[in-house]
Design a protein around this ligand. Sequence first.
Ligand code: GDP
Ligand code: MG
Length: 613
Amino acid sequence: MTTMESLIGLVNRIQMACTALGDYGGDDEAFSSLWDALPSVAVVGGQSSGKSSVLESIVGRDFLPRGSGIVTRRPLVLQLHKIDEGQEEYAEFAHLPDRRFTDFSLVRKEIQDETDRVTGKTKQISPIPIHLSIYSPNVVNLTLIDLPGLTKVAIEGQPESIAQDIEAMVRSFVDKPNCIILAISPANQDIATSDAIKLSREVDPMGERTFGVLTKLDLMDKGTNALDVLEGRSYRLQQPWVGVVNRSQADINRSVDMILARQKEKEYFATSPDYGHLASKMGSEYLAKLLSKHLESVIRARIPSITSLINKTIEELESELDHLGRPVAIDAGAQLYTILDLCRAFDRIFKEHLEGGRPGGDRIYGVFDNQLPAALRKLPLDRHLSMQNVRKVVSEADGYQPHLIAPEQGYRRLIEGALNYFRGPSEATVDAVHFVLKELVRKSMEECQELKRFPTLQSTIAAAANEALERFREDSKKTVIRLVDMEASYLTVEFFRRLPQEVEKGGNPAATTVDRYSEGHFRRIGSNVSSYVNMVLETLKNSVPKAVVYCQVKEAKQSLLNHFYTYIGKKEGKQLVDLLDEDPALMERRLQCAKRLELYKKSRDEIDSVSWV
Ligand code: GDP
Ligand code: MG
């Protein structure tokens, strides 16, 4: 094989491998870029201009649906692979990887069927390509793309937008700077009306990657010829124009075979009075060689950039594989180790959130510094200690026998009632911190890349962490309620010691007795209780956060997964395997990555070897 053949063959193989991996036309940019970086040849032209016929004669086999009307309704990506002389020719579809076609009429049928499978048996079109590979000793290595013909009007059964749809589809192929355009124009029409030239001029204004092909030379009116076009006088392109004579519909109907058709084409040019002098530069065979030679030079020029793209992609794939993690070990010890390792990874992130380094832990401080004091301030203590209420509570506590000096029972009830209000904000503090912690667990879980692989383990750890947080919350609640109750259960001696003195401040004990049911008396009681309650409030403002940190935050930091560790320590064999059950999507992704990596590495090796020949 010559360097040229192997170069193009190499590109073909890479493109084919890309196709097999679904990289072609995929939305995965990183991966479709290798395909896009490699040159391909697309056939463009009006309907029935002879596109499919040209492709067939380049290939030298009948296999494409042809005829009048819109026959080609999906892009056909056709890869030609040259094989050694004497080997059997065959074709393969990407959508039927296990089937080798040796009967080319079945290939045609499959193209039709596969077209219908996507578009239905209507005259609709679809941009989803069909991939076909042909292996033959009689082809040159090439990738060709057959496209639906450009039209002007929608016919019965087609949407109004068909003309624009087809043009958009064709454009999506020929817009790519690596696409070589085979612009097909029929010779029996004025070149000025050629759809192919019109489009190619737009996407390739310098005519650098456009090959003008003139079909149906045999159908020109007697006495006219296409020399102006073929000799580049009508429309100049950088590449020479090539004229071809394909089989007519009558030939097709009579099943004139390809070999005979090529021979007839050769004869046509050799004996033509008009084109005889150009005979060596006309015809399908010449066109195929010309294309293949052009491709070679394009590929040569692109090799450095293709190589660097391949190297870059290899790097990306390797880092993605690292990221996805290597396959899991099989023995139970290693599995347990992996699980514990993953727990630690999660725990580390969680701790960073709490202690700083990652955001979120500060919200706990926010609860203590803003939420708790604000909630305490909002308590209806004023209402509770209003004159009316104090009078009511004190009187009720006294019963039928009014108090003499200080209403001890009344004080107790007023204080107990006030302190009762503290339960709400204290419990709310516990809950608020609980939700912060829960959120941090969620975040840490999300940020723990290593765990992403194992959704089962991930949710088990998450559940265990949340369960632990729930336990800490319960404990914390009990503790803060206890703190509040403790404050209510015993009123400090200090307080009561101060009370009679205050009463005596009035001087005259008789006056005090008279005063006993006046507003001033109850107001004084209210303000005494209020100062005691405020003192307790200041204490709780400090002791509730302490309790919460002690019961929840510190516990979360130190023993969030302790229960889980005990639980996991008792598991064995199968149960560990179940926990390390990987996300199928991820396993698939790893497999794809590995396959791609292999392809890219192989491509790199091949390119290295070819470019040194
Ligand atoms: P497409 O729609 O552009 O793919 O065109 P086809 O390849 O299907 O050809 C349309 C019709 O034109 C078919 O009947 C072909 O036999 C006929 N045809 C194509 N090229 C030539 C040619 O060079 N000479 C003659 N006589 N007929 C041709
Ligand atoms: Mg066609």
